[in-house]
Design a protein around this ligand. Sequence first.
Ligand SMILES: Cc1ncc(COP(=O)(O)O)c(C=O)c1O
Length: 427
Amino acid sequence: MTTVADPEGHLSPASPGGDDVAPTTTDGHIELVEHYSAHNYHPLPIVVAEADGAWVTDVEGTRYLDMLAAYSALNFGHRHPDLIAAAHAQLDKVTLTSRAFHNDQMGRFCKGLAELCGMEMVLPMNSGAEAVETAVKTARRWGYDVKGVPEDRAKIVTCEGNFHGRTITIVSFSTDASAKGGFGPFTPGFETVPYGDAVALEAALADPDVVAFLVEPIQGEAGVIVPPEGYMRRARQLCDANRVLLIADEIQSGLGRTGRTFACEHEDVQPDVYVVGKALGGGIVPISAVVSTREVLGVFRPGEHGSTFGGNPLACAIGIEVLRLLGTGEYQQRSDELGTALIERVRAEAPAAAVSEVRGKGLWVGIELAPEAAPARAVCERLMEMGVLAKDTHETTVRLAPPLCVTQEDLDWAAERILTALAERLD
Ligand SMILES: Cc1ncc(COP(=O)(O)O)c(C=O)c1O
């Protein structure tokens, strides 16, 4: 095909694409993506070309403060020097072996992650959804082999408003119509209870075929929903009483995001299974994992589950460095202190008529807009114009989740703009 980009990088609609001519403008890049990429996202109209720490620079040279951190995959910031160094060092050695052979990084990574989680075994995968799928398979197999549930009867209890990923099985237990509409038939074996409702949970777990309760300790995609105090503790008791696995999906809430290594720690709860991902790959590569006891993860035998890239040496080398950063406690502390101050400030200073609630833990904040100030997308677009990148979720919530290396000065700067954007919605 012949080149069709004009000097601005705009592409002819009749003949988009071209022979490796890179667009130079924001519009040119977006046009290319709109034409050649499936429309499964609705990004803000910014094209990032470079990033460092908590800041990104677009193709026009404009800088923005990243207040989303790739949905918590960038907890340590963009291109953290220690993570980049670990990646570079490993790139020069070996990047992929598949699990047909051992590699010299996976064992150390699994040991470190198991220890961080207070667990015994790790099953490494790649994306978060794959790890959740793996946890579902693990729980079912444990239910049959260890709990003694009759074949094909295993049930897993999940919560309304959950977000655990996008595979067919995972959307089978989504309660979000846009996540599942038109994708049936769905995987059976799931029951949904209202999030935060311990009485409903108690009733659901009494069914002897239930093998697991899969829960986000704080619901991220639903809008940073913090359950009532004591909910996770009660869930722990109920799972114990009914011999049900408590599976904590900490893919977004974990690894420092809420001011603790894991959000479960806010209630001193140790789940039976942790599901982790996102920040585990340091914002460089995808790596996720299911982490549990020998009794639970010991159910797998060779050939029953796997992934070509799961446990690859490049991801594991970066993961080892991520675990070292978490071991310092610095990121958890920063998130706790800076996040508490940010939440208090927005609560105190946001115009009351624009905001119905400010929720969150650590540097993970959901600003629930009053109807007068919605939609959240408009607020995020205005914030973008002012140099702050945040993301709406569900029409009425503006979600803030900056990299945990963000400074107080950065947050003051962002808070001014957030308060301005909210006030403007009432004009
Ligand atoms: C709690 C939770 N679980 C699972 C996932 C899915 O992870 P991934 O997008 O890597 O498949 C997400 C992603 O946002 C998440 O927030």
